[in-house]
Design a protein around this ligand. Structure first.
Ligand code: TRP
Length: 436
């Protein structure tokens, strides 16, 4: 991979509940941090199709979508910098799901953790193995594969429990590429080692399904109360406490610096009272969360504002998804009977389908290039280069580096009047897709 190619990160949160500290530590916080790195292009989305697998309460799904969107924005996600969207606004995702369904072994899905857990439970209870198991649950990994592969994702920051899903997405991509050519990028999971699985109030993984969560934006007093309810052992004040296996300690570690953590370890050894340890934990979390909590409340009060952010995000996402899906449809043979390759298709109004770089020499003796969209409209104009090789290198960097390269080349290329950066980006995306 050339150094100019931006690393694409993508992650989603299922919209079935109110975001909790586990979501924050395992997903929101590392994602927002990654989105700020240079050379990174990030995709964050609200996995509301996934929500349908677990939840048949429409109002809850809608409310959760609002709360989760507000949480990410409050946690510092910048929708101008990243692509932030709702899964169900991207019709290409269910479309890709079907293509992947057709290259995924049923036996592979039989072994998916969530499905297998349901089957095991049924068998233990002497029921039909598939009792109350929907095909949606069975297909969960394929929908997730489509989420990831749609945007040619390199890295997927997720909790440890999701690693299997990322591996399955890799297998789907590999199988697809083997059959149809190199179209899909093989993704990798990124796990925050120290804190990937935050324990909940009862010491098991913090999860909506265990009903042991601490809402990320619980009001201060409620946060205090919830933290007071974290399970501890029965050691009395003055008795040394074990950090190993202590949910309280692990949660603290996820928020504290190394120094703070070793101070608490010391306090444990010296027999700090559980009540006092809980107070320390409460203050530490509240310190981090309080500023975001206010922003969150303001966002929740303006659903229309969030909706318009999501709509803009969907537009941006579809600028990638729509031409890529056209390429994949073509690859598998879902083709018009007349046209041959996507590059030869006529452009639909407003869509860039076959952009073109043109290199030329001006009477001033210097070498230039320009980028035209599929309808030959000028998008980008270069400055003069001394040698044709330099112009060619710049073109290649743009073709493989996309938006990042565009930024890096500021001053050497200019957008044509009335052209949006997003249009140029969409055109450049075309070149970073493998040709078929
Ligand atoms: N399965 C993820 C979870 O429950 C949510 C999700 C859906 C996701 N699609 C994704 C995460 C794609 C990462 C990438 O946490």
């Amino acid at each position: 991979m050339s150094p100019a190619t931006p690393q694409r990160f993508l992650t989603g949160i299922t919209t079935t509940g109110t975001p909790h500290l586990g979501n924050f530590v395992g997903s929101i916080r590392p994602s927002v941090a990654a989105s700020r790195l240079a050379g990174v292009q990030s995709f964050y989305f609200l996995a509301d199709y996934h929500a349908l697998i677990k939840c048949d309460e429409p109002a809850r799904i809608q409310r959760s979508t609002l709360e989760i969107a507000a949480s990410w924005l409050a946690a510092g996600l910048d929708p101008e910098r990243v692509t932030f969207y709702r899964q169900s606004d991207i019709p290409e995702i269910p479309e890709l799901t079907w293509l992947l369904t057709c290259v995924t072994g049923k036996g592979v899905l039989n072994r998916a953790h969530a499905y297998k857990a349901s089957v095991d439970k049924n068998q233990a209870a002497g029921n039909d193995p598939d009792a109350e198991v929907t095909a949606g649950l069975f297909m969960y990994p394929v929908l997730m594969g489509a989420d990831i592969l749609m945007f040619r994702t390199h890295k997927v920051p997720v909790g440890r429990d999701q690693i299997q899903h990322i591996e399955m997405a890799r297998d789907m991509a590999q199988r697809f590429n083997h059959l149809y050519g190199e179209h899909l990028v093989l993704p990798e999971a990124v796990i925050e080692e120290s804190v990937a699985l935050l324990p909940g109030l009862d010491g098991r993984k913090m999860s909506k399904s265990y009903d042991n969560t601490i809402p990320l934006f619980a009001p201060r007093e409620q946060l205090r109360k919830l933290i007071g309810g974290i399970v501890t052992d029965s050691r009395a004040p003055g008795e040394p406490k074990e950090t190993e296996g202590s949910a309280l300690f692990q949660i603290y570690q996820a928020f504290a610096s190394e120094q703070e953590t070793s101070a608490l370890r010391q306090a444990f050894a010296e027999g700090v009272a559980w009540g006092e340890a809980k107070q320390i934990l409460f203050e530490r979390i509240d310190r981090e969360v309080a500023p975001m909590r206010e922003h969150y409340a303001a966002l929740l009060a303006d659903p229309a504002g969030i909706e318009s952010i999501l709509q803009r995000g969907a537009d941006k996402a579809r600028q990638t998804a729509s031409p890529f899906m056209a390429e994949l449809r073509h690859a598998v043979g879902l083709r018009r009977l007349v046209a041959t390759a996507p590059a030869e298709k006529k452009s639909k109004a407003g869509k860039v389908e076959a952009p073109l770089f043109k290199q030329y020499r001006e009477p001033d003796g210097r070498f230039y290039f320009k980028l035209l969209d599929a309808r030959a409209r000028l998008l980008l104009q270069s400055q003069g280069f001394d040698a044709p090789k330099d112009a060619a290198l710049a073109i290649r960097a743009l073709q493989s580096g996309g938006a990042e390269a565009l930024v890096a080349m500021h001053g050497r290329v200019t957008l044509a009047p009335d052209v949006q950066a997003a249009e140029v980006q969409a055109a450049l995306n075309y070149f970073s897709q493998p040709a078929d």
